[in-house]
Design a protein around this ligand. Structure first.
Ligand code: FES
Length: 408
């Protein structure tokens, strides 16, 4: 339903969050972000590799909801993973008839596209419950070799998945390597960690990946909102590659102007004054970007790295780390060799394992922020504003003037 814009009383407005506000104790500046312990709803989430879903139903938990995924005649379906009879997971069942899944206990059988109870094997054709009961179904898409499930707000229709994915993945051919890794800790801590300016050089100081790729420091980056993304732009580092990629990524190292006196030198190769005109025009994203509902994007000059922090429940998340190279033909084999031989272990393994460890032990607020936490507060501001807009559009909350302004 449409809701009228409502002017909140001035005193009711939460002050805009900033890491400069000393002494913050809780997340009251981000009330919707604070409440989204089990994830932002109204988004698509990658749940597993597409090749892992077959005719045998498999269980998953997404945003605290138990679902089962099953493939039938090439199409993947998602159903609530609980038989309404006695609560047995449907993922324990199987396909007795095409287009259905049957509970293993008493044979209640559900139509995959609709979730309707279509037959009860142990009660025969005269069963009075068929057609009257059912289980909830979820929208499913396959993209990037993964199965994506839409977790709706109330009864809303799913939004087009391609509008949520990064444009370069929708429009270009690429080769990809990655891993799904279930981890402890709330998804928001994982998200904040991925974009955390303060941790890269310190937490990862012992990572071997660190020897291959320079880590940024917070004091030479700035955060810029652009569309639905926020970017960390590293002032001193420039790329040769044009952006967004259309498969013409160079294989060169980062170019770097001589760092100003007294600033930290990242140690990149090729110190030079060369500046790409695209960058000079400022129509250029930062090297680290974050978007709803928790999608990190690191733009290396010759490949892109994405991390999706998928909420399992309030205490667990799925880390989905994906490395993408815009290559075709034989070059894809070279990439796979590199990925399986090194990147998977060094980056998606050891380096990312350090993040997993920290996210798991991070505690809930109260907290005390310091200057580099500007990246955290920028992300929380984005999440709060975007999610409030989404909830208002779904009629779950009333739109505020602030929200309307953001939409404009
Ligand atoms: Fe599923 Fe009885 S519990 S059919």
């Amino acid at each position: 339903r449409k809701t009228a814009a409502k002017e909140p009383a001035k005193a009711d407005r939460a002050p805009r969050a900033s890491a400069d506000r000393i002494g913050r104790q809780d997340w009251s500046s981000w009330p919707h972000y604070d409440k989204a312990a089990s994830g932002f709803r109204g988004y698509w989430y990658p749940v597993t590799w597409a090749s892992h879903i077959t005719g045998d139903p498999k269980p998953f938990t997404l945003c605290g909801e138990k679902i089962t995924l099953i493939r039938d005649s090439g199409t993947v379906y998602a159903l609530h993973n609980r038989c309404p009879h006695r609560g047995v997971p449907l993922s324990e069942g199987n396909q007795q008839f095409p287009g259905t899944v049957s509970c293993p206990y008493h044979g209640w059988t559900f139509d995959l596209p609709t979730g309707n109870l279509s037959a009860v094997i142990t009660d025969g054709p005269g069963c009075r419950l068929t057609g009257k009961l059912g289980v909830r179904t979820y929208a499913v898409e396959e993209r990037l070799g993964m199965v994506w499930v839409y977790m709706p707000i109330a009864e809303e229709e799913p939004h087009p998945i391609d509008e949520q994915l990064p444009e370069e993945l929708v429009s270009n051919a690429f080769v990809m390597g990655g891993r799904f890794d279930p981890r402890g800790g709330n998804w928001r801590f994982a998200c904040e960690n991925g974009f955390d300016e303060g941790h890269a050089k310190y937490l990862h100081r012992t990572a071997l990946w660190r020897l291959l790729k320079p880590m940024p420091t917070w004091n030479i980056t700035r955060i810029v909102p652009k569309g639905r993304w926020i970017y960390r732009v590293q002032d001193e580092v420039y790329w040769e590659a044009d952006f967004p990629g259309v498969g013409r990524w160079t294989n060169k190292r980062w170019w770097m102007k001589q760092p100003p006196e007294g600033t930290f030198n990242l140690g990149n190769t090729g110190a030079t004054d060369k500046v790409d005109p695209v960058i000079e025009s400022q129509d250029f994203p930062g090297f680290a970007s974050l978007s709803m509902p928790g999608m990190l994007r690191i733009a290396y000059p010759n490949f892109m790295h994405y991390e999706f922090y998928v909420p399992i429940d309030a205490d667990h998340h799925m880390y989905v780390g994906v490395m993408v190279n815009f290559k075709r033909g034989w070059d894809t084999l070279r990439f796979y060799g590199k990925y399986l031989g090194a990147i998977r272990w060094l980056f998606h393994g050891q380096f990312s394992g350090q993040d997993a460890w920290m996210v798991d032990v991070t505690d809930a607020p109260p907290e005390k922020l310091y200057r580099p936490d500007v990246s955290l507060t920028a992300w929380r501001n984005l999440g709060e504003e975007e999610y409030a807009k989404k909830l208002a559009a779904a009629g779950v909350i009333e739109a505020t003037t602030d929200t309307t302004e953001t939409e404009a």
